[in-house]
Design a protein around this ligand. Structure first.
Ligand SMILES: NC(=O)CC[C@H](N)C(=O)O
Length: 238
């Protein structure tokens, strides 16, 4: 993992229409003294204009999309994604997906940005929410597991980067033995480690997707990772 000390402050926006935006803010504040990040809660296009990067929190993806439409933010968010790093957690990961399974025509609006298909509530309903220890490539102290909190989390069904898209880098998979019965068998032995449904964190270019909620832990290594590995390289390359 590269150690960078930015010459300038970076401004990280957190989409603050619904969901766990305040929790992300607290986590970034703990990292920001070291990394010189300024946090902006984004509710308008003007707020978004100040940001070098954006986080879309967990919550309810349909509600976030609806509120973004009402705030006139869908277009500006889609433009933002083409130029700057975005991290989606849970509902945010759904919004960053290029497609979701079983979407009704004219139903769920997505922002896209990451070439994956996901399934909302792919592990089951609220009562099937669960927690699991995860190994994550590239985190500081990568040998120390990260506590993954999965609340009506999406499941990754398919990766489909085109030839011109940045490659997808899977940084964490859940062990197939922890998959809930609702997800169904991976293969005949139910152990296929490459099945996309085991993917819980990935990167594509400077975008980051986690199907769980790092902001609901006390471990800010993912927030630090986003700044160091996604935001700073993109700001420094400008
Ligand atoms: N914890 C979450 O963010 C849940 C996401 C929710 N299932 C959705 O579809 O948006």
């Amino acid at each position: 993992m590269q150690e960078s000390s930015p010459r300038q402050d970076v401004t990280i926006g957190i989409l603050a229409l619904q969901g766990a935006f305040a929790e992300h803010q607290v986590m970034f504040q703990k990292v920001s003294s070291k990394k010189k990040a300024v946090i902006v809660l984004v509710r308008t296009e003007e707020d978004l204009g100040k940001c070098d990067a954006l986080v879309i929190p967990g919550g309810e993806s349909t509600t976030i999309a609806l509120l973004a439409r009402l705030a006139g933010l869908l277009g500006p968010l889609r433009d933002f994604l083409k130029k700057k790093p975005v991290w989606g957690t849970c509902a945010g990961a759904i919004l960053l997906s290029q497609a979701i399974e079983g979407a009704k025509k004219g139903g769920q609006e997505l922002l896209g940005g990451i070439s994956v298909t996901t399934a909302r509530n792919g592990w089951g309903s609220q009562v099937e929410s669960f927690e699991a220890s995860l190994e994550v490539e590239g985190l500081r102290e990568a040998n120390r597991p990260f506590h993954g909190i999965f609340i009506r989390a999406p499941v990754v069904l398919q990766l489909h980067p085109s030839a011109t898209d940045p490659p997808i880098e899977v940084i964490s998979r859940i062990s197939s033995s922890l998959l809930p019965a609702s997800v169904g068998p991976l293969d005949e032995d139910d152990t296929d480690p490459r099945d996309p449904r085991t993917i819980v964190a990935l990167r594509q270019g400077s975008h980051l997707l986690t199907t769980f909620h790092p902001e609901l832990t006390k471990d800010n290594r993912f927030h630090e990772y986003f700044i160091t590995e996604c935001v700073l390289p993109s700001v420094c390359n400008k």
